[in-house]
Design a binder for this molecule. Sequence first.
Ligand SMILES: [Zn+2]
Length: 298
Amino acid sequence: MEFTLYCQWCGTQFRTHKMTARYCCQRCSKLAYKARKKTEKIKAFDASKVKNQTIENKPFLSPTEVGTLLGLSRATVYRHLALGRIKCVRIGCRTRIRRIDIEKVFDKAIVCRKREKDDRPTELYYSTKEILEKFGIEKKTLYRRCRMYGIEKIADGNRTLYDRALIDKYFDDLIEDVDLDRYYTMAEVMKRYGMTRSAVTTFVMRNAIPRIKKHHDVYYSRAHFDAARQKMGGFNPEYYSYAEIKDSYGFNRDQIRYYVNKYQIPHKKQGSFTLVLRSGFDFVMKQHMGGNAVKREL
Ligand SMILES: [Zn+2]
């Protein structure tokens, strides 16, 4: 069955099998489609204009409206609100932002630093990662040294940068290889003085022996260590230091003092140390403690 219809674009009469046909030819159909899209676009534009106008007249805005105003997504606006970059007030479950607060954000804006194209710090700055790699240190060392030398962090987006010249100046000593003529390794100290690892640690701490930490190894100043040991009477195998007893028996200072006094174990003061006769202490432990205190093999 054939119908006679009028083209909705050019008005020509045409014959067709479909009652729903609106255009006489493909060309008319295309042109009509384009015209329809154009009108839609204009309408949308007008609508957004009206919306923007209403936003512009509002003293208080919702996060969505702020997004429209600044050309940001709603999520981005919320993120800035959470970071406190834009002031906002929650009223019930609504968030409202004062228009003047948005303008204030621009008033106190800091100067934008242009980022390097390859996203690496310029030759003026080090990133945290670069410092850690270059000087072979840990984060806590970096922070401690920065505090010590008053080197300020520079926030750059989500990265932290450090002044390259300052870091190079103050961290220079880290880059030299440790001079093993001047420093003991932990293993050397343990062997030379027959101390356990924790005895060394305690000794170093008590005597404030200068040390260098590098790549997870610790080096102790030979001169200082030897001097401190000498002051203590050198390595006297007949006597225990408290630290050594602590290592061997796991007693604290008070416990050691208690046993020494109670069983009158021979002991002597040397500098700031108390030395306890080794054989005496071991004997007392064996006699009085039975199986309760088991001396750990050193
Ligand atoms: Zn037509």
